[in-house]
Design a protein. Structure first.
Length: 341
Protein backbone atom coordinates (compact mmCIF):
# COMPACT_ATOMS: atom_id res chain seq x y z
CA UNK A 1 0.00 0.00 0.00
CA UNK A 2 1.55 3.25 -1.15
CA UNK A 3 1.10 5.99 1.43
CA UNK A 4 0.70 9.65 0.43
CA UNK A 5 3.12 12.21 1.86
CA UNK A 6 2.62 12.66 5.60
CA UNK A 7 0.88 16.01 5.83
CA UNK A 8 0.82 17.45 9.38
CA UNK A 9 -2.77 18.64 8.98
CA UNK A 10 -3.93 15.21 7.84
CA UNK A 11 -2.03 13.59 10.72
CA UNK A 12 -3.66 15.96 13.22
CA UNK A 13 -7.12 15.14 11.83
CA UNK A 14 -6.55 11.37 12.02
CA UNK A 15 -5.20 11.54 15.58
CA UNK A 16 -8.17 13.63 16.70
CA UNK A 17 -10.73 11.40 14.97
CA UNK A 18 -9.37 8.23 16.54
CA UNK A 19 -8.95 9.63 20.04
CA UNK A 20 -5.15 9.62 20.16
CA UNK A 21 -3.18 12.32 22.01
CA UNK A 22 -2.87 15.59 20.10
CA UNK A 23 -0.02 18.06 19.66
CA UNK A 24 -0.15 21.68 18.44
CA UNK A 25 0.04 22.02 14.66
CA UNK A 26 3.37 23.87 14.77
CA UNK A 27 4.88 21.08 16.88
CA UNK A 28 3.59 18.46 14.42
CA UNK A 29 5.01 20.36 11.44
CA UNK A 30 8.46 20.51 12.99
CA UNK A 31 8.38 16.84 14.02
CA UNK A 32 7.17 15.61 10.62
CA UNK A 33 9.89 17.62 8.86
CA UNK A 34 12.55 15.74 10.86
CA UNK A 35 11.34 12.25 9.99
CA UNK A 36 13.40 9.98 7.78
CA UNK A 37 11.71 8.97 4.51
CA UNK A 38 10.97 5.40 5.65
CA UNK A 39 9.55 6.68 8.95
CA UNK A 40 7.29 9.16 7.17
CA UNK A 41 6.04 6.45 4.80
CA UNK A 42 5.33 4.04 7.66
CA UNK A 43 3.34 6.67 9.57
CA UNK A 44 1.47 7.56 6.39
CA UNK A 45 0.43 3.94 5.98
CA UNK A 46 -0.64 3.86 9.62
CA UNK A 47 -2.83 6.95 9.09
CA UNK A 48 -4.49 5.35 6.07
CA UNK A 49 -5.18 2.21 8.10
CA UNK A 50 -6.59 4.24 11.01
CA UNK A 51 -8.95 6.08 8.67
CA UNK A 52 -10.28 2.83 7.23
CA UNK A 53 -10.45 1.02 10.59
CA UNK A 54 -7.94 -1.63 9.47
CA UNK A 55 -5.07 -0.49 11.70
CA UNK A 56 -2.89 -3.04 13.45
CA UNK A 57 -1.52 -2.98 16.98
CA UNK A 58 1.95 -2.16 15.63
CA UNK A 59 0.64 0.81 13.66
CA UNK A 60 -1.19 2.21 16.67
CA UNK A 61 2.01 1.84 18.68
CA UNK A 62 4.07 3.58 15.98
CA UNK A 63 1.75 6.60 16.01
CA UNK A 64 1.67 6.71 19.80
CA UNK A 65 5.50 6.57 19.95
CA UNK A 66 5.76 9.35 17.38
CA UNK A 67 3.48 11.58 19.46
CA UNK A 68 5.37 10.87 22.68
CA UNK A 69 8.76 11.52 21.09
CA UNK A 70 7.50 14.80 19.60
CA UNK A 71 6.25 16.28 22.87
CA UNK A 72 8.00 19.58 23.68
CA UNK A 73 8.77 18.57 27.27
CA UNK A 74 10.55 15.38 26.13
CA UNK A 75 12.58 17.20 23.49
CA UNK A 76 13.50 19.92 26.00
CA UNK A 77 14.78 17.26 28.41
CA UNK A 78 16.98 15.79 25.67
CA UNK A 79 18.42 19.19 24.75
CA UNK A 80 19.08 20.04 28.39
CA UNK A 81 21.08 16.81 28.71
CA UNK A 82 23.17 17.67 25.66
CA UNK A 83 21.45 15.07 23.47
CA UNK A 84 19.89 15.38 20.04
CA UNK A 85 16.13 16.03 19.98
CA UNK A 86 15.75 15.33 16.25
CA UNK A 87 12.51 13.32 16.08
CA UNK A 88 13.74 10.97 13.36
CA UNK A 89 16.88 10.20 15.34
CA UNK A 90 14.86 9.79 18.55
CA UNK A 91 12.50 7.26 16.91
CA UNK A 92 15.47 5.29 15.59
CA UNK A 93 16.95 5.19 19.11
CA UNK A 94 13.60 4.04 20.52
CA UNK A 95 13.50 1.16 18.03
CA UNK A 96 17.02 0.07 18.96
CA UNK A 97 16.61 0.28 22.72
CA UNK A 98 12.99 -0.78 22.97
CA UNK A 99 10.09 1.37 24.14
CA UNK A 100 10.33 0.45 27.83
CA UNK A 101 14.09 1.05 28.16
CA UNK A 102 14.04 4.21 26.07
CA UNK A 103 11.25 5.99 27.95
CA UNK A 104 12.66 4.86 31.30
CA UNK A 105 15.94 6.56 30.38
CA UNK A 106 14.09 9.62 29.11
CA UNK A 107 12.23 9.99 32.39
CA UNK A 108 15.49 9.66 34.32
CA UNK A 109 17.24 12.55 32.54
CA UNK A 110 19.52 14.33 33.40
CA UNK A 111 20.82 11.38 35.42
CA UNK A 112 24.32 10.48 34.25
CA UNK A 113 23.48 6.81 33.73
CA UNK A 114 20.50 7.75 31.53
CA UNK A 115 22.63 10.16 29.48
CA UNK A 116 25.29 7.48 29.02
CA UNK A 117 22.64 5.02 27.82
CA UNK A 118 21.17 7.43 25.26
CA UNK A 119 24.40 9.13 24.14
CA UNK A 120 25.49 6.47 21.56
CA UNK A 121 22.15 6.87 19.78
CA UNK A 122 21.40 10.58 20.28
CA UNK A 123 24.69 12.38 19.81
CA UNK A 124 24.04 15.94 18.66
CA UNK A 125 25.40 16.81 15.19
CA UNK A 126 28.94 18.17 15.25
CA UNK A 127 29.17 21.90 14.37
CA UNK A 128 30.93 22.61 11.07
CA UNK A 129 34.56 23.60 11.34
CA UNK A 130 35.38 27.22 10.58
CA UNK A 131 37.57 27.78 7.54
CA UNK A 132 41.00 29.26 8.24
CA UNK A 133 40.89 32.69 6.61
CA UNK A 134 44.29 33.89 7.77
CA UNK A 135 46.32 30.83 6.88
CA UNK A 136 46.04 29.68 3.28
CA UNK A 137 48.36 26.77 4.02
CA UNK A 138 45.72 25.31 6.34
CA UNK A 139 43.14 25.09 3.56
CA UNK A 140 42.97 21.73 1.78
CA UNK A 141 43.87 21.56 -1.90
CA UNK A 142 41.25 20.72 -4.50
CA UNK A 143 42.85 17.32 -5.07
CA UNK A 144 43.18 16.43 -1.40
CA UNK A 145 39.45 15.99 -0.74
CA UNK A 146 37.67 16.87 2.49
CA UNK A 147 39.13 15.82 5.86
CA UNK A 148 37.27 12.87 7.38
CA UNK A 149 36.11 14.87 10.40
CA UNK A 150 35.09 18.02 8.55
CA UNK A 151 31.49 17.06 7.73
CA UNK A 152 29.66 14.00 9.06
CA UNK A 153 28.63 11.66 6.23
CA UNK A 154 24.89 11.22 5.63
CA UNK A 155 23.32 8.33 7.47
CA UNK A 156 22.64 5.44 5.07
CA UNK A 157 18.96 4.55 4.87
CA UNK A 158 19.77 0.83 4.79
CA UNK A 159 20.99 1.01 8.38
CA UNK A 160 17.95 2.88 9.69
CA UNK A 161 16.35 0.54 12.24
CA UNK A 162 12.91 2.17 12.34
CA UNK A 163 10.56 0.74 11.28
CA UNK A 164 11.67 -2.81 10.55
CA UNK A 165 10.10 -4.03 7.28
CA UNK A 166 7.68 -6.88 7.73
CA UNK A 167 7.81 -9.85 5.34
CA UNK A 168 4.75 -10.18 3.12
CA UNK A 169 2.23 -12.86 4.15
CA UNK A 170 2.45 -16.19 2.29
CA UNK A 171 -0.04 -16.39 -0.58
CA UNK A 172 -3.21 -18.30 0.25
CA UNK A 173 -4.33 -21.06 -2.10
CA UNK A 174 -7.83 -19.62 -2.32
CA UNK A 175 -9.79 -16.59 -1.22
CA UNK A 176 -10.92 -16.82 2.42
CA UNK A 177 -13.04 -14.28 4.30
CA UNK A 178 -12.46 -11.56 1.74
CA UNK A 179 -8.65 -11.95 1.63
CA UNK A 180 -7.19 -11.94 -1.90
CA UNK A 181 -6.28 -15.34 -3.30
CA UNK A 182 -2.86 -16.22 -4.66
CA UNK A 183 -2.42 -14.78 -8.12
CA UNK A 184 -4.46 -11.63 -7.48
CA UNK A 185 -2.71 -8.24 -7.84
CA UNK A 186 -2.67 -7.68 -4.06
CA UNK A 187 -1.05 -11.05 -3.42
CA UNK A 188 1.49 -10.64 -6.23
CA UNK A 189 2.59 -7.25 -4.92
CA UNK A 190 3.19 -8.64 -1.42
CA UNK A 191 0.73 -6.14 0.12
CA UNK A 192 0.10 -6.78 3.77
CA UNK A 193 -3.49 -7.71 4.66
CA UNK A 194 -4.18 -5.80 7.86
CA UNK A 195 -6.50 -7.30 10.50
CA UNK A 196 -10.10 -6.20 10.25
CA UNK A 197 -11.58 -4.67 13.39
CA UNK A 198 -14.04 -2.22 14.86
CA UNK A 199 -13.78 0.58 17.44
CA UNK A 200 -16.43 1.43 20.03
CA UNK A 201 -16.01 4.79 21.74
CA UNK A 202 -17.49 5.46 25.17
CA UNK A 203 -17.42 8.41 27.53
CA UNK A 204 -14.88 6.80 29.91
CA UNK A 205 -13.07 4.31 27.65
CA UNK A 206 -12.76 2.98 24.11
CA UNK A 207 -12.86 -0.62 22.89
CA UNK A 208 -11.33 -2.19 19.80
CA UNK A 209 -12.17 -5.72 18.65
CA UNK A 210 -10.12 -7.14 15.79
CA UNK A 211 -9.48 -10.44 14.08
CA UNK A 212 -6.37 -12.16 15.43
CA UNK A 213 -4.56 -15.52 15.25
CA UNK A 214 -3.47 -18.05 17.81
CA UNK A 215 0.14 -19.20 17.80
CA UNK A 216 -0.46 -22.71 16.53
CA UNK A 217 0.80 -25.10 13.87
CA UNK A 218 -2.76 -25.67 12.66
CA UNK A 219 -3.01 -23.74 9.36
CA UNK A 220 -6.83 -23.59 9.53
CA UNK A 221 -8.10 -23.54 13.11
CA UNK A 222 -6.16 -20.48 14.26
CA UNK A 223 -8.60 -17.56 14.03
CA UNK A 224 -9.83 -15.64 17.06
CA UNK A 225 -10.56 -12.13 18.34
CA UNK A 226 -8.46 -9.64 20.25
CA UNK A 227 -10.03 -7.17 22.70
CA UNK A 228 -8.30 -3.88 23.56
CA UNK A 229 -9.47 -1.12 25.91
CA UNK A 230 -8.03 2.32 26.64
CA UNK A 231 -9.16 4.83 29.24
CA UNK A 232 -10.37 8.30 28.26
CA UNK A 233 -7.97 11.24 28.66
CA UNK A 234 -10.44 13.88 27.51
CA UNK A 235 -13.36 14.11 25.12
CA UNK A 236 -12.62 11.84 22.13
CA UNK A 237 -9.07 11.26 23.41
CA UNK A 238 -8.00 7.86 24.75
CA UNK A 239 -4.83 6.53 26.34
CA UNK A 240 -3.92 3.85 23.77
CA UNK A 241 -0.31 3.95 24.99
CA UNK A 242 -1.44 2.12 28.14
CA UNK A 243 -4.15 -0.07 26.66
CA UNK A 244 -5.08 -3.51 28.01
CA UNK A 245 -5.27 -6.30 25.42
CA UNK A 246 -6.75 -9.80 25.73
CA UNK A 247 -6.91 -12.60 23.14
CA UNK A 248 -9.92 -14.94 23.23
CA UNK A 249 -9.25 -18.68 23.63
CA UNK A 250 -10.87 -21.43 21.58
CA UNK A 251 -13.51 -21.94 24.29
CA UNK A 252 -14.21 -18.24 24.74
CA UNK A 253 -14.67 -17.36 21.06
CA UNK A 254 -18.03 -19.18 20.54
CA UNK A 255 -19.27 -17.96 23.93
CA UNK A 256 -18.38 -14.38 22.89
CA UNK A 257 -20.48 -14.83 19.73
CA UNK A 258 -23.33 -16.31 21.74
CA UNK A 259 -23.49 -13.27 24.04
CA UNK A 260 -23.43 -10.95 21.02
CA UNK A 261 -26.36 -12.91 19.55
CA UNK A 262 -28.24 -12.84 22.88
CA UNK A 263 -28.00 -16.63 23.20
CA UNK A 264 -26.11 -16.34 26.49
CA UNK A 265 -26.65 -13.65 29.15
CA UNK A 266 -22.98 -13.21 30.06
CA UNK A 267 -19.40 -14.43 29.75
CA UNK A 268 -16.63 -14.10 32.32
CA UNK A 269 -13.00 -15.05 31.71
CA UNK A 270 -9.87 -14.75 33.83
CA UNK A 271 -6.23 -15.87 33.83
CA UNK A 272 -5.14 -14.20 30.61
CA UNK A 273 -1.72 -12.69 29.96
CA UNK A 274 1.81 -13.66 30.93
CA UNK A 275 1.06 -13.04 34.61
CA UNK A 276 -2.44 -14.54 34.39
CA UNK A 277 -3.85 -11.26 35.72
CA UNK A 278 -5.91 -10.14 32.72
CA UNK A 279 -9.66 -10.69 32.52
CA UNK A 280 -12.75 -9.68 30.58
CA UNK A 281 -16.50 -9.85 31.01
CA UNK A 282 -19.50 -9.52 28.68
CA UNK A 283 -22.96 -8.88 30.07
CA UNK A 284 -26.22 -8.37 28.20
CA UNK A 285 -28.07 -5.21 29.16
CA UNK A 286 -30.91 -3.15 27.78
CA UNK A 287 -30.08 -2.18 24.21
CA UNK A 288 -26.80 -4.05 23.88
CA UNK A 289 -23.83 -5.54 25.75
CA UNK A 290 -21.52 -4.14 28.41
CA UNK A 291 -17.90 -5.14 27.75
CA UNK A 292 -15.34 -4.92 30.58
CA UNK A 293 -11.62 -5.64 30.09
CA UNK A 294 -8.98 -5.30 32.78
CA UNK A 295 -5.68 -6.28 34.31
CA UNK A 296 -5.48 -6.98 38.04
CA UNK A 297 -7.56 -4.23 39.69
CA UNK A 298 -7.41 -1.88 36.69
CA UNK A 299 -10.23 -2.18 34.20
CA UNK A 300 -12.52 -0.30 31.84
CA UNK A 301 -16.15 -0.79 30.80
CA UNK A 302 -17.55 0.14 27.38
CA UNK A 303 -21.26 -0.14 26.50
CA UNK A 304 -21.86 -1.58 23.02
CA UNK A 305 -25.06 -0.41 21.34
CA UNK A 306 -27.01 -1.82 18.41
CA UNK A 307 -24.87 -0.54 15.53
CA UNK A 308 -21.56 -1.53 17.10
CA UNK A 309 -23.07 -4.81 18.30
CA UNK A 310 -23.77 -5.76 14.68
CA UNK A 311 -20.13 -5.17 13.69
CA UNK A 312 -18.74 -7.17 16.63
CA UNK A 313 -21.14 -10.04 15.90
CA UNK A 314 -19.92 -10.22 12.29
CA UNK A 315 -16.30 -10.30 13.45
CA UNK A 316 -17.03 -13.19 15.81
CA UNK A 317 -18.94 -15.17 13.17
CA UNK A 318 -16.20 -14.60 10.58
CA UNK A 319 -13.57 -15.96 13.00
CA UNK A 320 -15.71 -19.03 13.75
CA UNK A 321 -16.36 -19.72 10.06
CA UNK A 322 -12.67 -19.30 9.24
CA UNK A 323 -11.84 -22.00 11.80
CA UNK A 324 -14.27 -24.37 10.07
CA UNK A 325 -14.23 -23.44 6.36
CA UNK A 326 -16.42 -26.43 5.47
CA UNK A 327 -19.36 -24.93 7.40
CA UNK A 328 -21.70 -22.10 6.46
CA UNK A 329 -23.32 -19.43 8.61
CA UNK A 330 -26.43 -21.54 9.24
CA UNK A 331 -24.35 -24.40 10.64
CA UNK A 332 -22.36 -22.02 12.85
CA UNK A 333 -25.59 -20.54 14.17
CA UNK A 334 -26.99 -24.01 14.89
CA UNK A 335 -23.86 -24.85 16.87
CA UNK A 336 -24.11 -21.61 18.82
CA UNK A 337 -27.78 -22.35 19.63
CA UNK A 338 -26.59 -25.40 21.58
CA UNK A 339 -24.77 -23.08 24.00
CA UNK A 340 -28.12 -21.62 25.06
CA UNK A 341 -29.15 -24.96 26.54
Amino acid sequence: MNAPPLNPGWLHTVLRARGLPLLPMETLREAVAQLRPEQSQALGRACLALQSGTDSVAQMSDLADFVRCSRPEHRAALRAAGLSDDVGQVLAALQLLGSQAFFAALRALPDEAAVAQLWPHLQPPAPPRKAAVDDEAAAPSLDAGWPDDDWPPPEPHDDAPWPAPEPPPPPAPAATNGAPASGTPAAQSGARVLPRGHHVYGAKAALRVELDHWRTDDPVRRHTLRLEVAGALAERRYDWEHKIAVQLTARELPAFAAVMLNLLPQLQAQGHGVLNDKWFELRRQSGGVLVRVGQARRGFAVPVGAGDLYELTLLALDALKANAPQTDTAQVMAALQSLAG
